[in-house]
Design a protein around this ligand. Structure first.
Ligand code: F2R
Ligand code: MG
Ligand code: MG
Ligand code: MG
Length: 352
């Protein structure tokens, strides 16, 4: 159903935006159990129709996501130089959006070298090992949308668009993980319950394939850290929810800016939120997902952004409270962007 798909496109991008905007004030904070009540009140307030609070600003997560989406809208044959130029233009126009500490060097080099080899500056990061930050994952949702009916192209573009800034395998595969998660959510019927176990098994099969790349031909056993994390997610989902579990989640799945310590956590937040959570009082699965993600602390804008992108792709925009959405900077523009992306997908006949 095309109307449902259009709503899911909006849901994925608006869901990401809300996670970023609403999670940003808590980024880097240590969240205690008392803060869960503060966060509950914060969300209750955001849903009220007469709220005239300040507009909630988005951060680097959304700034970069917009550039990824704009590339597909403007250039049907994916143009990575164009994407790199948009990242750089956006950064120098508004540098104070809370970017990662090191990615800024990539932007400076790209500009200084006049975009000569757009992949080289990222390859030089961290003495040649490349960044394993979650910056690839936080901006990847538009890739899952634009390539929703072309799996191989989706994986290829998820990798290449990430490698403009992140070349460490953990950074690249984290973005691929998030991209597949959004695409799976997009394919789920919003009126039907998701089986978390099945969702994880499907993702695991795909990530096994992706992480075969880690085989350097010398090791007997190929390391598959993201596959291992999915097993951990499945383990935690089997445990009945209790407050103490959250601390363990923060430690074992992680809640920091490294992709391997945040991308799987975002998926866990979504899957956990399909059922009620006593400390997160709402009937709305979308709200529960981002509110729960934020209560885990750490890299809250990014984990809520990624979890919100998955939830929005599953449920569609109707699930997202409009009062809450209207509080977020660029809400209307994000809707427009989702629609342009949707039209680009329907109109395109020959894509990379
Ligand atoms: N930058 C932030 N938040 C910092 C402020 C948090 C809070 N306000 C506080 O009080 O602390 N958020 C944004 O950054 C994340 C995305 O980062 P991205 O795009 O991946 O950037 P970068 O610089 O490439 O990587 C981030 C850091 O990860 C470490 N790192 C990465 N690769 C490494 C490697 N190979 N070796 C060692 N360290 C590596 C470095 O510390 C990088 O600076 C999102 O959370 C976004 O919201
Ligand atoms: Mg951010
Ligand atoms: Mg980087
Ligand atoms: Mg962040």
């Amino acid at each position: 159903d095309l109307a449902v798909l259009k709503s899911k496109f909006r849901g994925a991008l608006v869901g990401s935006l809300l996670g970023d905007c609403l999670g940003a004030p808590f980024e880097g904070e240590l969240v205690s159990s008392g803060d869960k009540i503060v966060i509950q009140k914060y969300f209750d307030k955001l849903e009220s129709p007469d709220l005239k609070g300040p507009i909630r600003s988005y951060t680097d997560d959304t700034a970069m996501m917009k550039s990824v989406a704009k590339t597909f809208i403007d250039k049907p044959e994916v143009d990575y130089t164009y994407m790199a130029k948009l990242f750089v233009k956006e950064y120098f126009a508004e540098p104070k959006r809370g970017y990662g500490e090191s990615i800024v060097e990539v932007f400076s080099k790209l500009r200084k070298r006049k975009f000569e080899d757009v992949y080289k500056p990222a390859q030089e990061q961290f003495n040649g090992s490349g960044s394993f930050g979650n910056g690839g994952g936080m901006r990847v949702a538009p890739v899952a949308l634009y390539f929703y009916n072309n799996y191989d192209a989706m994986i290829d573009v998820a990798k290449k668009s990430t490698q403009l800034t992140h070349t460490h395998s953990l950074g690249v595969h984290g973005a691929v993980f998030q991209c597949i998660a959004v695409s799976q959510a997009l394919a789920c019927n919003p009126k039907k319950k998701i089986d978390p176990e099945q969702f994880c098994n499907e993702l695991k099969q795909k990530m096994k394939e992706v992480e075969k790349e880690n085989d350097d031909g010398l090791n007997l056993k190929v390391e598959q850290p993201y596959v291992d994390k999915i097993n951990v997610i499945q383990h935690f989902l089997k445990a009945k929810y209790n407050d103490e579990l959250d601390e363990e989640i923060g430690i074992v799945l992680g809640n920091n800016i490294c992709a391997i310590e945040s991308v799987p956590t975002a998926l866990y937040c979504f899957l956990r939120s399909l059922e009620e959570i006593p400390t997160v009082k709402t009937d709305n699965i979308f709200r529960r997902t981002i509110q729960y993600a934020i209560t885990l602390g750490g890299d809250t804008d990014t984990i809520a952004c990624m979890a919100g992108g998955i939830a929005g792709a599953y449920l569609g925009e109707e699930a997202i409270n409009r009062n809450m959405a209207k509080q977020c900077e660029s809400y209307e523009k994000t809707i427009e962007m989702a629609d342009s992306l949707y039209n680009a997908v329907c109109g395109a006949s020959n894509r990379a």
